[in-house]
Design a protein around this ligand. Structure first.
Ligand SMILES: Cc1cc2nc3c(=O)[nH]c(=O)nc-3n(C[C@H](O)[C@H](O)[C@H](O)COP(=O)(O)O)c2cc1C
Length: 186
C-alpha cells in the first residue's frame, strides 16, 4: 500500500534530511551513491560518489576521494557544484546546490583514515598512478609519499535543495534554502 503523502514543506524537509542521514549507513539506500557535478573550465563534469557522512544540523555531507583526481582540481578552481540523487522507493529526486571544500590533512582526515586503512577500500587511495592516468606502460608512477596515500575528504556544504516528487496524483516540487521553503511548479 502506498504511504500517505507528506503535506507540509516542513514535513518534507524533515523527511528528506532523515533519508539523507540514513544513506551513509545503509548500503542499499539509493541516495548512498549520488552524482556529483562540478565545473571543468567551460564544460560540466559529473561522476558517481559514495555519501560517507551526513550532518543534518550543520547541513553538510562528506565524500572520500583521491586528492589527485580531476574532480579535486575542478573544485579547487570552482568550489560550487551540484549533487543529484534519485530514489525509486520514495519517488523523490534531490538536486543539492553545494559548496565544495577539499581536506588533505588534519584531524578529521586522520581519524577517517584510521578506520578506512583496515579495510580493502584503503587500496583505492594507495595507487602510485593518479586516477585517469593512461595505462600505456609509459606513464611514470609517482611514489606514494604518505602512509595514507592520496586519501582526501570532500566537505559538501548544502546551500539549497530542489526536491521533486513524481506521483500519479500529480508531481510536486519544492525548494529549501537559508531563506526558507517554497512550492515550485514541477
Ligand atoms: C558506485 C560508485 C561509487 C563511487 N564512489 C566514489 C567516491 O566515493 N569517491 C570517488 O572519488 N570516486 C568514486 N567513484 C568513482 C568516480 O565515479 C569516478 O570514476 C572517479 O572518482 C574519477 O572521477 P574524476 O575524474 O571526475 O575525478 C565511484 C564510482 C561508482 C561507480
Amino acid at each position: 500500500m502506498a504511504l500517505p503523502r507528506l503535506e507540509t514543506l516542513a514535513e518534507i524537509e524533515a523527511a528528506l534530511w532523515r533519508e539523507l542521514g540514513r544513506a551513509p549507513r545503509d548500503k542499499h539506500h539509493e541516495w548512498r551513491t549520488p552524482v556529483l557535478a562540478t565545473r571543468d573550465g567551460d564544460s560540466a563534469d559529473a561522476r558517481t560518489v559514495v555519501l560517507r557522512e551526513v550532518d543534518e544540523p550543520a547541513r553538510t555531507l562528506q565524500v572520500f576521494t583521491d586528492s589527485r583526481s580531476a574532480k579535486v582540481a575542478q573544485l579547487l578552481a570552482h568550489p560550487q557544484g551540484t549533487m543529484v540523487m534519485w530514489s525509486s522507493r520514495l519517488s523523490w529526486q534531490l538536486r543539492l546546490r553545494v559548496a565544495l571544500q577539499v581536506e588533505t590533512d588534519g584531524l578529521a582526515l586522520a581519524s577517517r583514515w584510521a578506520r578506512l586503512k583496515l579495510s580493502p577500500a584503503a587500496q583505492d587511495y594507495l595507487s602510485p598512478l593518479a586516477p585517469g592516468s593512461v595505462l600505456d606502460g609509459s606513464t611514470a608512477a609517482a611514489p606514494v609519499v604518505h602512509d595514507r596515500g592520496h586519501f582526501a575528504l570532500i566537505n559538501v556544504a548544502v546551500q539549497s535543495i530542489d526536491w521533486l516528487e513524481l506521483h500519479a496524483d500529480g508531481h510536486r516540487r519544492a525548494s529549501f534554502d537559508a531563506a526558507g521553503a517554497r512550492w515550485l511548479a514541477p
